[in-house]
Design a binder for this molecule. Structure first.
Ligand SMILES: Cc1cc2nc3c(=O)[nH]c(=O)nc-3n(C[C@H](O)[C@H](O)[C@H](O)COP(=O)(O)OP(=O)(O)OC[C@H]3O[C@@H](n4cnc5c(N)ncnc54)[C@H](O)[C@@H]3O)c2cc1C
Length: 438
């Protein structure tokens, strides 16, 4: 790159939001530079390949029902393998399957019998079924209507008793939202629940990082610069840490919440939730299931034999077990987690090898109720921001926020077109993406 570059728009950060924003702006005919500080795209969606393992940077599932995903991602090319729908709840010495009766009707009766045998009330199971039916079938605008409650309040409103929520749903949801109190926006909860019921939770053959790489591969050549950290915004663009300057008519900051605030000090502080994921190699799979095993009354969030789901995650003859713990776990907590894994899988973990540990301090931005599902990207003329912290803490939220930023940049640049230099191609507004969050 020469010392100074001129483009229409510079996008800072090649996570899902920045990739979506850059793609839409390029599609509209703008000259775009997407600057990424690290050596790969994807931000929080990243994977390593090491010694035959695929190691995602934190256990993460890919949801095929997200509207933005359906619109942008070539799902077949990812060679996805699905988890079994629902989850298995480990409660004391019981393992209770929470099945999706619409997909596995044959498993409904034993599952309900197990739940009733564990002391759960038929009334709560009926309320859960009614809520799930509504979330699955109702149009998203209905789920977004009315005042936003916390997830706990929303569950109460759906007729679910607190004791049932604490026993059955909270252990699963704290692994989704990474907060135990269920203070997260209830609207966001219903949209996430909907997308889980309507889609499949999957793992791509080459790891979760294959998703952003696919989006990056579609960008016009020369759009993406890796190892290009932005130090600060300037009056007419950005200055990079390596001394280069980029002049642009618009700047979109698509960094995570803290990095975005470092570049845009007027942004409000967004609290974030942390998670730790430990990947273990086991000489054989400790159980045959392709399910998420949720720790109902222990220190873990959940665990899964990911190589049962996606065999490419481990070399032949070995199993890969991925386990999430709340917060930033220290060595003592990891050792305790290994003991707990032995209880959960009812096997010895002595021969297991810890292959990798990912501690993600800023895994998810907090989104307590009331939470706006989508916010404008505009901060000042020519300055925009996007990312999951501006929408919902999810892949859908990040992509939708990036799409919204692209629409707003295009709108603003088109309005000031007369002042801009003549262009060969007229800027075309991208088709409005479904911004349903969740
Ligand atoms: C462990 C874990 C599990 C998750 N599980 C799920 C899940 O199951 N389902 C789901 O929907 N979501 C999940 N998420 C959330 C999802 O991954 C994020 O919401 C989404 O990836 C955020 O994308 P983003 O583009 O907003 O931000 P980021 O991914 O944070 O991308 C920001 C990018 O900006 C770059 N950057 C920062 N500062 C600069 C700078 N100054 N100059 C240049 N570049 C810069 C960063 O390097 C990064 O690449 C999970 C997240 C984690 C961490």
């Amino acid at each position: 790159m020469s010392r100074t570059v001129r483009v229409d728009t510079v996008v800072v950060g090649a996570g899902m939001a920045g990739l979506a924003c850059a793609a839409d702006l390029c599609d509209a005919g703008l000259e775009v530079l997407l600057l990424e500080a690290s050596r790969d795209v994807g931000g929080r969606m990243a994977s390593d390949r090491r010694d035959g393992y695929v190691l995602d940077h934190g256990f993460q599932v890919f949801n095929t029902a997200y509207p933005q995903v359906r619109q942008r991602v070539d799902l077949a090319a990812l060679r996805l393998r699905p988890f079994d729908p629902g989850y298995v709840l480990a409660l004391g010495d019981r393992r209770l399957p929470l099945v999706d009766p619409t997909r596995r009707p044959g498993e409904l009766v034993p599952a309900v019998t197990g739940l009733l045998g564990a002391g759960l009330r038929p009334r709560d199971l009926a309320a859960l079924a009614a809520m799930s039916g509504r979330d699955m079938l109702a149009p998203p605008r209905l789920l977004k209507r009315g005042p936003d409650l916390t997830t706990r309040q929303a569950l109460r409103r759906a007729g679910l008793d607190d004791a049932f929520v604490d026993t059955v749903l909270a252990p699963f949801l704290r692994g989704v939202f990474l907060e135990p109190q269920l203070e997260t926006s209830g609207r966001f909860f219903h949209l996430v629940w909907r997308s889980m019921l309507r889609g499949s939770l999957c793992l791509p053959e080459r790891g979760i990082g294959a998703v952003p790489r696919q989006l990056a591969d579609r960008l016009p050549l020369g759009t993406l610069r890796l190892g290009a950290g932005v130090e600060r915004l300037t009056d007419d663009g950005v200055a990079l840490t390596n001394g280069l300057a980029v002049h642009a008519r618009a700047v979109v900051v698509a960094a995570g919440p803290t990095a975005a605030r470092a570049l845009l000090p007027s942004l409000p502080l967004t609290p974030t939730h942390a998670v730790t994921t430990a990947h273990h190699a086991a000489p054989e799979a400790p159980w045959p299931e392709k399910a998420l095993l949720v720790d109902g009354n222990g220190p873990l969030l959940h665990t899964s034999v990911v190589s049962n789901v996606q065999p490419r995650y481990a070399p032949a003859g070995v199993a890969l077990v991925s386990t999430s713990l709340p917060g930033v776990a220290d060595e003592e907590q990891l050792v305790a987690a290994e003991a707990r894994l032995a209880e959960l899988y009812r096997t010895s973990t002595r021969a297991w090898e810890r292959v990798a540990v990912h501690r993600v301090r800023e895994a998810l931005p907090a989104s307590p109720a009331p939470w706006p599902l989508s916010r404008t990207s505009r901060l000042a003329p020519g300055r925009h921001v996007c990312g999951d912290h501006r929408a919902t803490a999810s892949v859908q939220g990040a992509l939708a926020s990036g799409a919204r930023a692209a629409r707003e940049v295009l709108h603003d640049l088109t309005r000031s077109q007369t002042a801009s230099r003549p262009r060969g191609r007229a800027a075309r507004a991208p088709a409005r993406a479904d911004t349903a969050a969740g």
